[in-house]
Write a protein that binds this ligand. Structure first.
Ligand code: TMP
Length: 208
């Protein structure tokens, strides 16, 4: 089996992290070699860039700066972690990837998805997810969940309208890529969502 690249996407507070952990446990028990990573982050350099991007003190950050910082963190992660793992036939599960930039910077910030993919071409080359699981919730619901978990970072502190644009942006993107992006209702119970994800991944592993 060649490596498998799975990404998990959704608005802030959609429950990605919980589902990634459960999927990792499930696949590890089945004997698969799993690499988990998150964006922005996943390497020492990318985690340092994350600190800059999400720092609430940097309110003046321009949208282009933001886009390029996310792309830089991604370039390092792809080169240092994702590509080598896929070359070794491992399963990589990444919490967010280039679709996050398409939605947050391209659609919600208004930079345009074409520009976002063009810039990111330099960061990712031909490393693209085999399957993307999208946990769908309303923007305000996700931020409500986040607020209950603690203080909000620079992106999470954006206005409610921004998070609604993000949620809508994901719908649009999923409509454009129905084969790769699989939508799941993120308001369901943790176990129900997990079962649906497992079903999707098992189907892919069977045909690989
Ligand atoms: P996280 O909270 O899921 O770790 O993601 C960090 C924040 O960064 C989240 O608000 C989404 C945002 N983000 C972007 O705006 N563009 C991107 O390319 C990525 C990866 C994340």
């Amino acid at each position: 089996m060649a490596g498998l690249f799975i990404t998990m996407e959704g608005p802030d507070g959609a429950g990605k992290t919980t589902q990634i952990e459960k999927l990792k446990d499930y696949l590890s028990c089945k004997g698969y070699d799993i690499i988990l990573c998150r964006e922005p982050g996943g390497t020492k350099i990318s985690e340092a860039i994350r600190e800059v991007i999400l720092n609430k003190e940097f309110k003046e950050m321009g949208y282009m700066t933001e886009l390029l910082l996310y792309a830089s963190a991604r370039a390092q992660l792809v080169e240092q972690v994702i590509r080598p793992a896929l070359d070794e036939d491992k399963i990589v599960i990444c919490d967010r990837f280039v679709d996050s930039s398409a939605v947050y910077q391209g659609i919600a910030r208004g930079l345009g998805t074409e520009l976002v993919y063009e810039v990111n071409q330099y960061a990712i080359g031909d490393t693209f997810p085999d399957i993307t699981i999208l946990l769908e919730i309303q923007g305000k619901e996700g931020i409500y969940r986040k607020k209950n978990q603690g203080s909000l970072d620079r992106m999470e502190s954006e206005a409610a309208a921004f998070h609604e644009k993000v949620a809508q942006g994901y719908h649009t993107l999923a409509d454009e890529c129905p084969d790769r992006i699989r939508r799941i209702d993120g308001t369901q119970s943790i176990d129900t969502i997990h079962k649906q994800i497992v079903q999707m991944i098992e189907d892919i592993l069977r045909t690989k």
